[in-house]
Design a protein around this ligand. Sequence first.
Ligand code: TYD
Length: 203
Amino acid sequence: MRGKFIVIEGLDGSGKGTQISLLAEHLSARGPVHVTCEPTKYATGGLIRDALSGITKRTPSELAGLFLADRIAHCENPADGIRILINRGVNVVCDRYYYSSLAYQGADIGLDWLLDANVACPAILKPDICIFLDVSADVADSRIESGRVSREIFEDRDTIERVRKQYFEVFKRLPDHKISVINAARSPVDVSRDVICEVDKLF
Ligand code: TYD
């Protein structure tokens, strides 16, 4: 049977990492699970990380193009790409996907071409579900402040607020996607209970 493709989205500081670990542990009772993320560990992912940390300057369009190439590699890699894993029956949990491009780059360069390039691209798989871990910009900002030595380019308070609004614009533009918004300003255990409940409905 085909594996499920589960995407976890949220602002920086929304607790994706913790929730992904808890979800992967829960899913492992059903069979093999692969946890992955974007930007990826492939060469394109490295170029993106240099841009996010500010080492290399990239325009928003350039960055959107890099994320697109990275996502295609992520889906199509013949060894451990998402498509091959799902076809083998592995459940894939992915930390960020095209919803992040639409929210982060879309806020700067407009949604239309990004929607076309990402969502209409035949090489890029449509997730079975996108779980959005929702926290206010203030909660995200204070979690980043307490957990980091330095901030990446999208981690200032105004950008966080703008990106959060943009996520909700994006979700309105994708009525045929299964998107579940979960209040993530609660204890990890409470959030995880809701995440698991949504994901279990896929099986
Ligand atoms: P990362 O360091 O992986 O942290 P986290 O996901 O835990 O917040 O940051 C990835 C950053 O890249 C994050 O600020 C969102 C941004 N991003 C985009 O701008 N576009 C994209 O398509 C993706 C996947 C991520």
